[in-house]
Design a binder for this molecule. Sequence first.
Ligand code: FAD
Ligand code: UDP
Length: 389
Amino acid sequence: MKQAYDCLVIGAGPAGAVAARELAERGGRRVLVLERRNHVGGNTYDRFDAHGVLIHQYGPHIFHTNSLRVYEYLSRFTAWRPYEHQVVASIPEGEGRLEYPVPFNLVSLRRAFPPEDARRLEEKLTAAYGREKKVTILELRRNPDPEISALADYVYDHVFVRYTMKQWGQTPEEIDPNTTARVPVFLSEDCRYFQDEYQGMPLEGYTPLFQRMLDHPNITVELGADAGRRMRLENGAVLLDGEAFGGTVIYTGAADELFGCQFGRLPYRTLDFVFEAHPADFWQSHGTVNYTMDQDYTRITEFKYLTGQELPGVTTIAKEFSRAYTGAADEVPYYAVISPENNALYARYRAEADRYPDFHLLGRLAEYKYYNMDAIAARALELCDDLLK
Ligand code: FAD
Ligand code: UDP
């Protein structure tokens, strides 16, 4: 019997959606997308809550990229709301709290130190590294100048060490250095969280964006469809609903799950989001406030700042609590815990996947990487460039 589909895509998140659209549109392939959740968009999924506030169910997502290709590609499926994210650290001080920008920058420096000290430190820092330069906290701590080193210790203590312990259960020295390098000390007055050329929020949200992307005559999306129950990998062959499947398979789920975690579980961090609605237009000072010194949660995001939604008298916030992922059914593996040991374990799963012809691991889970949305979209486009050559 002739196969109904040329390609099978597992997961309707950003990776799966871009790949499905490319294969369907550019390649003219008939694509079946299996998504275990009851919605598309993966972790970018947004929806209106009971109070009518547009929230991000799996954590705050802000689009930013330097890739014109990615920006133009996504712009086919959405208009944008101009938005440049700003984050502050909230630090207990006396009876009250002090807030200053994160990444720690020259504005933060002036808020944290008396004017004369701030001026001297600014001169030293800019002489050592240059204006508008970014320096990672680990690099700054290696500076031999005692005053710079004392400042580095201050930033380490007030911004990094406790937040990182909450987020990863490890110190900044113990985790992959690329992780803290995402939030370097910035010798600038630029208080934006990202400096990318293209930044914004999809005007009507991420869910409509990915719904439009997947809306194509060659694409069939099945929701509530766990690939674990539909697809089997056996002796170098892919079986879909019990029949041999000869087409392209793109898998965007967790690599260990694909093989029943036979070599052991890949470590991930999961998050618990606690949503709260408040009877106010706005509840906090910025889109995201990081609790870098106290509290059990890492950060609080107030969605109306991000989405620009005009809804007087009510606002919804989300507190993020991080913990180790155990594999329980109600947990989501959000962050790969990148380390040489875990990467080696991942390589064993990848080697298993490589035994299957035309079978591709793509995405944050499947590649066990700390990808932002734009990097995922770029990866999906590149993979399809290769597949459609
Ligand atoms: P996912 O979005 O995880 O999608 C994978 C999909 O596959 C899911 O829908 C899942 O249900 C499905 N799936 C898995 N296994 C199976 C299976 N066996 N069968 C069927 N379906 C399956 N990036 C940014 O650029 N900006 C941000 O501000 C940002 N904020 C973030 C905040 C948080 C808290 C987190 C965790 C991530 C954030 N990211 C952000 C990263 C962004 O979420 C990812 O880059 C993006 O979601 C990756 O897309 P993906 O398709 O690889 O994975
Ligand atoms: N980080 C920190 N304090 C902060 C912000 C970030 O220690 O106020 C560290 C922490 O280890 C975090 C990493 O920098 O996991 C990356 O931060 P980012 O905001 O990029 O994380 P994400 O938004 O991806 O969770």
